[in-house]
Design a binder for this molecule. Sequence first.
Ligand SMILES: CC(C)(COP(=O)(O)OP(=O)(O)OC[C@H]1O[C@@H](n2cnc3c(N)ncnc32)[C@H](O)[C@@H]1OP(=O)(O)O)[C@@H](O)C(=O)NCCC(=O)NCCS
Length: 351
Amino acid sequence: MKGSGSSSEATCAVHWLQGWEDGGQLARALESWPFLPCESRSQPAAEAAAAYLDRLRRLTAGGLVMAARDSGQGMWLAGLRRMDWDSELFGFGVGRLEPLISPPGADPCLVEPGLELIGACLAHAQGAGLMHLSSRVDARDTAAQRCLQQSGFLLVDTIVVYELAVAAVAPAPGEPDVRPARGEDAVPLREIAEGCFGNRAFNLNRFNCDPAFPPGKVRELYGCWLTNSLSGQQADHVLVYQGQEGPAGFLTCKLDRASTPGGGRGQVVLNAVRADLHGRGIYGRLTRAALEWFRAQGAETVEIATQLTNPAVHRVWQRLGARMANFYHTFHVDLRNRQHGAAAGPGKTKP
Ligand SMILES: CC(C)(COP(=O)(O)OP(=O)(O)OC[C@H]1O[C@@H](n2cnc3c(N)ncnc32)[C@H](O)[C@@H]1OP(=O)(O)O)[C@@H](O)C(=O)NCCC(=O)NCCS
């Protein structure tokens, strides 16, 4: 959709919550949103808004329900979707409230419209069988955070996104102990993923910080994620650090050529080192090898999102010269013990 010149609304199959429609203001509201993710500072707002909606549309094959409320100071906006993969894995309906957008410059204490909007979304989510919702908001959007907290959401993590221009890093010699993943790595790498991300001593993530998600299922989630990365479903390439006793760590790489047809944007998605081998420089070597792989693929930038609580990851990427591109807070609410009826709207959707 980038650069197509079509309007944002035309690109996204959005269903509006009845009584909470945008009055045709979606594109304008998104374009004036100060935290709209942009590929560069020079990207026109209309193009960034279209790309953002397009990404949401691709994430929401099952349908995106949106709701809007004009506060008099601008538009509050919320999107709600079911997360099929998570719902299937955990065995109950899991959804996401995203985006959640407060009007630019809104008084952070005047949050009534935002509270009403979230109440309508929660009621709709419960009516649609969702039992758990996450919401990821820009760390600078304090009005949205206030609304989430007043609506019963709890903070579960903070994500920092780094972006590195590949050309800004001098090509490095190969890392002799790093190689592409092979079929026989599947079991040991899965054990590393489950052991690292399922254990709060090694990684604090939004799943293992929320008692709604049983620890065994959290391990399974990261194990499946790794397996799907090896099969090519969730990664384009997986690098392995070969230790003396077998695989000691891995890093998964993804390329998003569609969003940047000129060169391509790389993404490091899942990465971990065997717990008994932490602190020996393995992650640093995996990362340098990944950068060379991205360079060979023609990627212009590489991005990694990590929890604020991961000092080793921050250290490695900052030393390479990566810039902090974004930061988000993630909030969760468990709807299973929550009463219906917080919403003011009828809660039906219409196309
Ligand atoms: C994060 C992780 C991959 C780091 O792997 P590692 O091999 O232990 O990291 P390294 O030994 O290469 O250390 C990288 C840098 O961080 C520093 N570092 C490591 N642990 C640190 C800590 N707790 N505090 C501050 N700095 C730390 C190291 O000194 C090194 O810096 P240097 O290059 O200046 O010497 C590993 O701890 C892990 O698997 N954690 C669990 C899963 C996880 O969190 N994955 C990342 C998700 S984005």
